[in-house]
Design a protein around this ligand. Structure first.
Ligand code: TYD
Ligand code: MG
Length: 454
């Protein structure tokens, strides 16, 4: 006999509790518990129709077949890179991102471009007509891209087994409805059950399944956080919707490096791969302006040059404004405090705006030195020397700290025609010689300011 009962689940991590809790014991977040009705008694472990459970026996590791060579090329180098070299057979991949960022576009484009492969594109979000219109926009090259609008997990499972596609796309996990449990689509229990069923399907059929999942800015509401534990690979699609750039970032990857990054540009006819990001992230202008500086960054494994723009002005009202795009506000406040305390710059009464060009969100601490240079340049209203780049972290006592892979940063700057790069005096450098770029080392922010504005 099936019984229904009420349980509470944390929307952030999926922690289960018989009663409502203010603070989640699982992840420590506040106010994340939501009530859900679940059915017990029915077995949640039924094998989906047509699946044969294979019996495993313990095997010496060297005798296990390595599946590395069998990865499926998605036809998109940037996506392959983030996946660690293509889709692994039987893997469950989650692509998360805010609504409207381009998740459906990306996966439909991959499906439409992969000539000679059979793809099952399942959508519970859009009608067939809507998908056709989008497909016309992107261009149809693969005649074996099957569109299937369905939300029932068992119906999808049956179709996957009948069609035997090279891979499956499910758009989105929040629309799925499993008959095994009686929770509404999009609820935590439903998302978990549906994902578990698709994971069993992927593993037993060896067909890769790509799940699309909506996620809000803080990552709470829609549930993909809970999924991160269940899937093999989590990829986040991000970017500012008002800019064309989209960044694909591996957050977790059982089959590759977890820091890889792919860059795309959203055009009217789909996404374009950006293979040389530096040239796009540098804004073109004729005359040097104050407050602009270039950082030599590493995102994933790739060096790229990114422009930072700062605007420092006298605050019009009592409380000065501080605003950032693409950079951490607390980190900006920290750097302003360092400049105030160690360099005697009066920043306390100033409005400060800081922008990373192209809508990129930057985590690499090596951008600090470029931020400091941009701030001082704007405060003094003196442009920085042209063709100059920066790559170092700045610490609380104003010290300029070493960053990783400094030689790769210097090479990228040299390759793009920069004539000078500022790095930390404490950076250990490899034996490689950089002949057409001058490397300037500094020990603290005052030394930097002295050398730049002397
Ligand atoms: P979409 O893939 O629907 O986003 P998601 O699935 O993540 O919610 O992308 C939606 C946005 O992309 C929408 O604002 C329209 C835009 N877009 C283009 O600019 N060019 C295109 O070729 C396509 C298909 C969409
Ligand atoms: Mg979509």
């Amino acid at each position: 006999m099936a019984k229904t009962k009420t349980l509470f689940f944390c929307r952030n991590c999926g922690h289960e509790s018989p009663k409502w809790l203010g603070k989640c014991p699982g992840c420590g977040e506040w106010n994340t518990f939501a009530e859900e009705t679940v059915v017990t008694g029915k077995s949640g472990k039924t094998t989906p129709l047509g699946l044969v459970q294979r019996m495993e026996v313990p095997t010496p590791v060297q005798e296990i077949e390595s599946s590395n060579e069998k990865r499926l090329d998605t036809g998109m180098a940037e996506l392959n890179r983030v996946l660690g070299g293509g889709l692994v057979p039987g893997s469950l991949v989650l692509i998360g991102g805010e609504p409207g960022i381009g998740k459906s576009t990306l996966m439909l484009q991959v499906s439409l471009n992969l000539e000679g492969k059979k793809i099952l594109y399942v959508s519970g979000e859009e009608s067939r007509q809507q998908i056709r219109m989008r497909a016309d926009r992107i261009g149809i090259r693969n005649e074996n891209c099957l569109i299937y609008t369905e939300v029932s997990t068992s119906a999808i499972t049956q179709q996957v087994l009948a069609v035997q596609p090279d891979f499956v796309v499910v758009d989105s996990i929040q629309t799925l409805q499993s008959e095994q449990i009686e929770a509404t689509a999009g609820s935590i229990t439903q998302i978990r059950e549906s994902a578990a069923e698709l994971n069993r399907l992927a593993k037993s059929s060896q067909i890769p399944v790509v799940l699309i999942g909506h996620i809000t800015k803080d990552g709470v509401i829609a549930g993909p956080k809970i999924l991160e534990h269940m899937v093999d690979t989590v990829i986040q699609f991000e970017g500012d919707r008002h800019y064309g750039f989209r960044i694909l970032r591996a957050i977790k990857n059982r089959f590759g490096p977890a820091s890889e990054l792919g860059i795309f540009e959203m055009l009217h006819n789909g996404l374009r791969e950006v293979t040389n990001p530096s040239e796009l992230l540098l804004s073109q202008r004729e005359n040097p302006v104050s407050g602009a500086s270039i950082a030599a960054m590493i995102e994933g494994l790739r060096p790229m040059m990114v422009e930072t723009q700062a605007l420092v002005g006298q605050a019009a009202y009592g409380t000065p404004q501080r605003s950032v795009t693409g950079y951490d506000l607390r980190r900006l406040n920290m750097l302003l405090a360092v400049l105030e305390k160690r360099s005697g710059l009066r920043m306390g009464s100033k409005d400060v705006f800081l922008n990373i060009a192209g809508g990129l969100r930057v985590d690499d601490p090596a951008i600090d030195l470029a931020v400091v240079a941009a701030l001082v340049s704007s405060a003094n209203d003196i442009p920085l020397p042209e063709k100059t780049a920066f790559a170092a972290e700045v610490g609380l006592s104003g010290e300029v700290r070493a960053v990783n892979r400094v030689d790769a940063r210097i090479s990228e700057a040299a390759r793009l025609g920069f004539e000078e790069i500022y790095i930390s005096r404490f950076n250990q450098r490899g034996p490689s010689k950089h002949e057409n770029i001058r490397v300037v080392t500094v020990g603290d922010v005052n030394e930097l300011i002295g050398k730049l504005f002397g």
